[in-house]
Design a protein around this ligand. Sequence first.
Ligand SMILES: Nc1ncnc2c1ncn2[C@@H]1O[C@H](COP(=O)(O)OP(=O)(O)OP(=O)(O)O)[C@@H](O)[C@H]1O
Length: 561
Amino acid sequence: MVPGADLPPEPAAGARMSTTPGLIAARKVTFAYPGRPVLADVSLTVSGRNRIGLVGENGSGKSTLLQILAGRLEPATGTVRRRGTLTMVAQELQAVPHETLGDLLAASMQRSRAAQTRMEEAAARAAAIDAGEVDPGGRTRAGAMAEVADAVAAYENARAWDADRELDEALTRFGAPRDLGRPLTEMSVGERYRVHLACALAERSDVLLLDEPTNHLDLAAIEHLTARLEEWPGAVVLVTHDRQLLDDVVSEILDLDSTMNGPPARYGALHYADYRASKDAALARWRTRFRTEQKRLEELFYSRDSSYEGLSDEWRPPKGSNKNRRGTRAKQHVTAADRQLTRLEARAVSVPPPPPEVAWPHLGGEPDGHGNAPLLLLPGAHVPGRLERPDLMISLEREDRLLLVGPNGRGKSTLLGLLAQAGTAPDVRVGVLWQESRLEIVGRETGFDVATRVVLAELARGGVDADELVPIAATGLLSEEDLDRPVVDLSVGQRRRLDLALVLMTAPHVLLLDEPTNHLAVDLVDSMTGWLRWVACAVVVATHDRLMREDYADWPTIDLG
Ligand SMILES: Nc1ncnc2c1ncn2[C@@H]1O[C@H](COP(=O)(O)OP(=O)(O)OP(=O)(O)O)[C@@H](O)[C@H]1O
């Protein structure tokens, strides 16, 4: 990523593009959804073997920028130039009705098949010329051989000879479905994502744009993806909450969050920890500057008010006092107060307010009259066809911790489902963050509307007293402005934050979190990881997130592998 770097000249019309390196150059890109500015003046150049991580708060515009780079969205202002081949796997994938897995795989193999056909045809033409035939296109032998060389280079570049094996291996390693006749609409979100990701790797484009690629992968699959991205011959632009993936793969980070000076910040950090430290230091500086400025403003207001007070005192001097002196003093006060005001106005815009911090709630109350009984008790797990672990005995008390790990398909979510029902008394409140949202959104309901609906249902059920509720805006997971927007307009991560806020709102005694880091911004993941250590309720986390697992390596762990 080279800010402001000059691009090589565009290839002339009709020039061959198959062997040029992938390259995207976005200049001063601005974008807004109706009533919602998202990107302002963002510039980014992707070339060669760049490994760029895009990070930023949920809703900061990462997916939007990726779509613009891919040409799926047009910027309102600014330009995007693209060369070479490009593949993008979006965060949410819609399935076309009736499209089967076979259709998708065939489409993704099209480029390598075309490269093979082109090479075979070029070779056949050259052979015909060698055999003394007249070429119908009027090619000379040298021209035909040049075409062969180009076609072979394109074939090699796309590793077309290896595409089938590559696709097969990726499908296997990602645990993707293999039934070619199966419609994509009948697959789970995770299955569909894994298929698309496997296809993207097999396509071998010059530029790979990936939006949250690890969300639906287990540990073995993440390791395969990491290895493939490390050796990827082209460029990769990655939106991810997976801090270890950032650490392993990217060498540059573009953070779309606003900074004290306005524009997004670039970090050449080689390690996630370096980025974290730089950003935390920048945020701390921002907060300190803002506090100092606020204090100065207060002082200025105070002295301005004093000036005006002095002015009004002078304005009404006692009868018979010196009129000339009275006029001079009044003028001085007006001038001083005006000067203060000008300084105030100049300073008012100098330091924008820093982003708010999440206010994680203090959970961990006891259900009434519960005594010493555990909050949850699960003596053995038996769900035919999904989970057979009669040996498991899970008993959870206040402040207990439990980590669930194991490959996809081994029943982690099923076990969480059983735990959600395993409260030892009706007034044990169990809050569950499911891997995929189970919220049913009606029309253009806002976050506040949904929160009200959830609270009323809980109160009617008698599950929680009004004074125990955590006000949804107080968590800081979503701003009041975003809580007031239709949920359907929120970004995927903002919807995930809403899911989490709704869970916290009812002050659960037990928190069950299924892949809690998925879709969240890395800043929030870091802050949540710390909070889950100290919060006083019982916590169960099922996760493939490698850094989170490292952080909780001291927790009791159930491995379903
Ligand atoms: N169709 C839409 N209509 C209105 N606003 C939208 C629409 N799609 C996205 N937005 C808003 O644009 C902003 C940027 O969304 P985008 O999905 O690009 O963010 P993001 O950084 O990728 O978020 P996340 O980390 O949550 O995936 C968000 O505030 C979102 O609410």
